[in-house]
Design a protein around this ligand. Structure first.
Ligand code: PEP
Ligand code: MG
Length: 901
């Protein structure tokens, strides 16, 4: 097996599509070399070698040594330089790079190959002794901390002490002599700690570095990042050994990071940062605040033009926005990396639509470029426009670079650990740091927003936060952030730990206090892309809504009807007149406490007008679209008070004794309410509830119809487990509906159907479909009852069940993403059996899975007619349904191609 892939002088063993084997960086370097871009030569050790290393007790594959040796010799031949040589020596960088980008989470060693001899060689060829020793001390410093694990702070302390001794502030002021002395001190420290001399042999250095890069794959920060980002199934990291080029040889050199389009807005402009006379890590680390790429245009017009050409070539080649790293060494441009760039959700829409319009990609590809879940992030908050300018001006604390848009409000914390602790207690926090480093990812993830004093738009904080669509401001240099004293000082004002601040990532402003936020209108590109999705998909998308307001919102989000209106939600809240809620609460409680049918009917009669009015509101909002209304579902004890004081209050209001209330509540107690007297069992035992609800629905429908509003009510019975049971309910439903319809003398179409929420109902779906005109899968309960896991309690142990480093029993939370092998099997069975007796059976799903992209694809493939999701997740379902069609087409094509072979 081949473990080493060489690239250089226009030829490469690897290629762009070999990301799994060569990592993103290795594949990018190979591909850029192939297409003739200026890339320094080097080689990539595969991720398979890394996998082998960990699977074999940290041993390298047998052939690796010889392969690396050969690759080094080839590199030496190609460059005409020798690793560790005395004259014009070859120096290399050794970098990590896995198939998925993990910014800054793994290790890098630069300037490898330097030793007491080769440093002289470098000094001679560059005619710059200072530069040579600066490179040497960087190497010894990196090697000592990364490969050997000596504490960074100890090494930094020596650097600081040396600068103090020389009486200088900046690294740039340190002389050759100063750096040489520091190298000596580092080496002495190395010997003191390890008992060995610092390795002079470049081969030993190289193997140390290769091992350290492999090890960093299992380092704590990398493991945490993969967990947070849900990155699984990778072999490991590749190791890229590349000839060093220098951005810090003077003012004709520099280093930068750039994007082929703006990653925040998606606009087609060349976007990036550049640092003059600096090494690559300085940009990413955010230690110095860089200049905009436009400045490079002025400083080095030729290099800029060449970079522009590279931008066009790479975007055309990869057909996607690229994020590139480059270095200019003495006026010569070198490309060090290209990868598909991370982008904000809004930018993802903009780029997908623009690229389809530019014919760079097809409409189908544009649809697949958006992660359906990312849509939610489009609706991220902004400062509420109602907040006055004067108020904002008063609260303005300072400003920085608007790295990631959106707004965030939270209490200030100064360390990542505190962020995690505070968020763990349910507090909203904003993480404030001088700069962030990969160790901070846990805290960054839980924070509402991130604020740093240094760095540019491509610094660590910005790149990581952008990936999450999290509000982030960097380079707020005027804010004096003192993490030790836990305070921010600016112009005499002080903000302490625990104080509220608000960030506006849109323009980079920091405000004191807790400012109201609101959700924005989605960008235009969003509308365009969603229209494309609607044209492609077959699955309809409805919404779960219980109020006219939610129904309206859902329609704006593209809902094509209501798939679930939970009537019991209306029992407790009057959404139109909240102050009147108590009237309906009392009526339902009176009904529950009644011990005879007559008394129950009387109480229900009071509830009827409320329900009717609510239904009218919903029918109006949906204006002719189908509306599925589910009859009462939860166990009755949920509607009555359990503490004695509240029971006494209720008793007083409805004119019965407190003991009677307490007794009835006691009677309602069940050991297992979820498997008890709930769902349609309530309507079987208390048919008067069904009668009232059906009457309210039909009367509301007739009222609307009379006023010219089209209505399509679908009356749904929950938790059915038998055909006979459903038959009783269906007959009662039709009897009441017919009565009301014939009284009104209008013609009204309506349907009667059931939820499928129990394994028995799914198994006997053929019989149930003889009565039901439609099925709606209640996958929340169906998951609960199929798996025997309580939907209200499983949160305690499910995290262990889904964690790939713990039990890893399930790939995902089954209450979030449908359990295809188990619950999914029942769903498929029920659809097939149901349609066997009623071919035109209408089938949908209204559990939470209706808003989960992966589950939506499964429901599409299972042959459902629609999914129903909460209003803000309707767009996710629309896009996922379109993506399902595209995947289906691709699979069909794949199968055909296989057959014809
Ligand atoms: C379900 O069980 O999936 C469902 C939609 O009903 P509810 O969540 O109200 O029990
Ligand atoms: Mg249910």
């Amino acid at each position: 097996m081949k473990h080493v892939y060489f690239f250089g002088a226009g030829k490469a063993d690897g290629a762009g599509e070999m990301k799994d084997l060569l990592g993103g960086k290795g594949a990018g370097l190979a591909e850029m070399t192939r297409i003739g871009l200026p890339v320094p030569a080097g080689f990539t050790i595969t991720t398979e070698a890394c996998d082998y290393y960990f699977k074999h007790g940290r041993k390298y594959p047998k052939e690796l040594r010889a392969e690396v040796h050969k690759a080094v010799a080839r590199l030496e031949k190609l460059t005409g330089k020798k690793l560790g040589g005395e004259k014009d020596p070859l120096l290399v960088s050794v970098r990590s790079g896995s198939a998925r980008s993990m910014p800054g989470m793994m290790e890098t060693i630069l300037n490898l190959g330097l030793n007491e001899k080769s440093v002289q060689g470098i000094a001679k060829v560059t005619n710059n002794e200072r530069f040579a020793y600066d490179a040497f001390r960087r190497f010894v410093q990196m090697y000592s901390s990364v490969v050997i694990g000596l504490p960074k702070e100890e090494l930094e302390a020596r650097l600081r002490a040396m600068k103090n001794y020389l009486g200088v502030k900046d690294d740039t002021e340190v002389t050759a002599q100063g750096w040489r002395q520091l190298v000596g001190e580092y080496k002495a420290y190395f010997k003191q700690k390890t008992g060995k001399d610092f390795p002079e042999d470049p081969e030993e250095q190289l193997w140390g570095a290769i091992g350290a890069v492999f090890e960093s794959w299992m380092g704590e920060k990398a493991v945490t990042y993969r967990r947070v980002e849900k990155i699984t199934g990778l072999l490991g990291t590749a190791v890229n050994v590349v000839q060093m080029v220098y951005g810090n040889t003077g003012d004709n050199s520099g280093t930068g990071v750039c994007f082929t389009r703006d990653p925040s807005t998606g606009e087609k402009t060349f976007f990036g940062d550049f640092l003059l006379n600096a090494q690559g890590e300085d940009v990413v680390a955010g230690i110095r605040t860089p200049m905009h790429l436009k400045e490079l245009h002025k400083l080095m017009p030729k290099v800029y033009q060449q970079l522009e050409r590279v931008r066009t070539t790479l975007e055309k080649h990869y057909r996607d926005m690229q994020d590139m790293e480059f270095t200019v060494e003495n006026g010569i441009l070198y490309m060090l990396q290209t990868r598909t760039g991370k982008r904000s959700p809004a930018a993802a829409f903009q780029m997908a639509v623009d690229m389809a319009n530019e014919k760079l990609i097809k409409v189908e590809e544009a649809l697949e470029r958006i992660k359906a879940e990312d849509i939610e992030r489009l609706f991220y908050p902004v400062l509420d426009p109602s907040v006055s300018r004067a108020d904002l001006a008063k609260r303005k604390l300072g400003s920085g670079i608007n790295a990631v848009p959106g707004a965030a409000v939270g209490k200030v914390v100064f360390t990542a650990e505190e962020a995690e602790q505070w968020a763990g207690r349910g507090e909203k926090v904003v993480l404030v740091r001088r700069e962030t480093s990969p160790e901070d990812v846990g805290g960054m993830y839980v924070a509402q927003g991130i604020l740093t004093a240094t760095g540019g738009k491509t610094s660590h904080a910005a790149v990581v936060a952008r990936g999450w669509g999290k509000c982030c401001i960097v380079g707020a240099e005027k804010l004096q952030i003192d993490s030790e004293a836990k305070k921010i000082t600016v112009d005499g004002r002080v903000v302490r730990e625990g104080d509220w601040i608000t960030l506006d990532g849109g323009d980079g402003t920091v405000y004191t206090g807790e400012i109201a936020l609101s959700r924005p209108q989605p960008p235009k590109a969003y509308e365009t892309l969603m229209k494309w999705a609607d044209k492609v998909r077959r699955l309809k998308v409805r919404t779960n809504a219980d109020t006219p307001h939610d129904s309206k919102v859902a329609r704006e989000m593209g809902a094509q009807g209501i798939g679930l209106c939970r009537t019991e939600h209306m029992f407790f809240k009057d959404f139109e007149h909240p102050e009147k809620s108590v009237e309906r609460q009392q009526a339902i409680q009176e009904m529950i406490l009644a011990d005879a049918p007559e008394a129950r009917r009387k109480a229900l009669a009071k509830l009827l007008p409320f329900q009717r009015r609510d239904f009218i509101g919903i029918f109006q909002a949906m204006d002719g679209l189908p509306v599925t209304i589910r009859l009462i579902d939860p166990p009755l004890h949920e509607f009555v008070p359990h503490d004695p004081a509240k029971q006494a209050e209720l008793a007083h209001k409805i004119g019965i004794s407190a003991e009677a209330v307490a007794r009835r509540v006691e009677q309602l107690h069940e050991a297992n309410p979820m498997l008890g007297h709930r769902g349609c069992r309530l309507s079987i035992t208390y048919p008067e509830i069904l009668e009232m609800q059906v009457r309210a629905i039909i009367e509301a429908a007739i009222d609307c119809q009379k006023r010219g509003i089209k209505v399509l009510p679908e009356i749904m019975h929950p938790l059915t487990l038998d055909k006979k049971e459903l038959k009783i309910l269906e007959e009662a439903t039709r009897r009441v509906a017919s009565e009301v319809i014939s009284e009104s003398k209008v013609k009204l179409e309506y349907m009667v159907g059931t939820m499928i929420e129990l394994p028995r109902a799914a198994l006997l779906a053929d019989q149930i479909a003889e009565v039901a005109e439609f099925f709606s899968f209640g996958t929340n309960d169906l998951t609960q009852t199929t798996m025997g896991l309580s939907r209200d309690d499983a949160g305690r142990f499910l995290p262990v069940y889904v964690d790939e480093h713990k039990a890893a029993v399930f790939p995902a939370d089954p209450f979030q993403t449908i359990d295809v092998p188990g619950v999914g099997m029942l769903v498929k069975w029920a659809i097939e059996r149901g349609r066997s007796t009623r071919p035109k059976l209408k089938i949908g799903i209204c559990g939470e899975h209706g808003g989960d992209a992966e589950s939506v694809k499964f429901f599409h493939n299972a042959g459902m007619d629609y999914v129903s999701a909460s209003p803000f997740r309707v767009p996710i379902a629309r896009l996922a349904a379109a993506q399902a069609v595209i995947e289906e087409k691709r699979n069909r094509k794949g199968k055909k191609a296989k057959k014809s072979k």
